[in-house]
Design a protein around this ligand. Structure first.
Ligand SMILES: O=CC(=O)O
Length: 347
């Protein structure tokens, strides 16, 4: 057990770890409590067992006292925005914990330059994100959204052939990115008897053994050429920006479906619109786009062969709770000078 788990367990319902001088709880800055961009109301009791909660509004109203008190920030859904001005205004800030795995919204070098540590929450999110990927795959293959529209609009005329979908069982799934989410997708795909290919910077022999029968494609091209479904699961970095562009879509089968559950910018969206309009690929299912949400007049919203969901990836109540627990573990570790379970370093 990580030492922080012990800290958490000890403090559950009992006395809280007193970190600041005089036994005060350390200040934790959050954007707001509840509302559109705030930590969940239902998590505040748990957070308050460990921290003195401070919202951005309170911080801006108070100036000195609260600024000195803040030792940690918990970013809920990318908020508050961490910029130089905020970092400069918090002299005792030691750690920032992010409520998810992707850190592309943060300037990691800038934050590290202030001597502030960072953590993400990779374990909490992997199951629910993999579920979202499979949900999109199945919905697109079996035309669930179109079918639903037909079913609820009683006067719509349709012929059976219009709703013929693609068979998922024993189809080939190409997973781009074999991290913890990619692995969970492969586990699910195995239950659908899918033929699994994956591409990753480095070969993951251990995962291959556990999955039995997942084949490594050192070349992305080879995965794209063979797959009926291509699932994008890599994090967004300068190396993966527009990883899937015109050329990559042209390598895919015309019957193939592209599913993106990572970040919109990993796929070249203009190239995707053309590929879908021209029948270069069959369909796309996207949980992520750029920007989010798309402007109402965006061409992707007019295409019939696209499913778009509003970044639902990690959104279940259980995952949200686990994310907050993982964040608290990381923050407590940093504040106690212990190794953080999920420290993220600038690369
Ligand atoms: O988008 C979700 C995450 O980064 O975990």
């Amino acid at each position: 057990t990580h030492p922080c788990k012990i800290l958490l367990q000890n403090s559950e319902g009992k006395s809280m770890p007193a970190i600041m001088e005089g036994g005060e709880l350390p200040g934790l800055l959050v954007n707001e409590i509840g509302g559109m961009h705030g930590v969940l109301h239902s998590h505040t009791e748990f957070l308050k067992r460990h921290f003195y909660l401070i919202t951005m509004k309170e911080l801006l109203e108070d100036r000195k006292y609260l600024r000195d008190k803040v030792q940690a920030i918990y970013l809920w859904w990318h908020k508050p925005v961490v910029d130089r001005e905020l970092l400069q205004s918090l002299p005792n800030l030691k750690v920032i914990a992010n409520s998810g795995v992707g850190m592309d919204h943060l300037d990691l070098k800038l934050i590290a330059g202030f001597g502030v540590k960072m953590a993400n929450a990779p374990h909490a999110v992997s199951n629910s994100t993999a579920d979202t990927g499979m949900a999109l795959l199945l919905a697109s293959a079996r035309r669930i959204i179109e079918g639903c529209r037909v079913a609820v609009a009683p006067n719509v005329e349709y012929c059976e052939a219009d709703l013929l979908g693609v068979e998922v069982t024993r189809a080939t799934l190409g997973i781009i990115g074999m991290g913890s989410i990619g692995y969970k997708i492969a586990l699910r795909a195995r239950a659908f008897e899918m033929n699994i290919l994956y591409h990753n910077r480095t070969r993951r022999k251990e995962q291959e053994e556990q999955l039995v029968g997942a084949t490594y494609c050192g070349k992305l091209e080879s995965l794209l050429q063979q797959s009926d479904f291509v699932m994008v699961v890599v994090s967004l970095t300068p190396q993966t920006r527009k990883l899937i562009g015109k050329r990559e879509m042209e390598l895919m089968k015309p019957t193939a479906t592209l599913i993106n559950i990572s970040r919109g910018a990993v796929v070249d969206q203009e190239a995707l619109v053309s590929a879908l309009q021209d029948g270069v690929i069959r369909a796309a299912a996207l949980d992520v786009t750029y920007p989010e949400p798309l402007p109402r007049d965006h061409p992707l919203l007019k295409l019939k062969n696209v499913i778009i969901t509003p970044h639902l990836g990690i959104k279940t109540e259980k995952t949200a709770r686990m994310i907050t627990e993982e964040a608290v573990e990381n923050i407590l570790a940093a504040l106690h000078g212990l190794p953080m379970p999920n420290e993220v370093l600038p690369n």
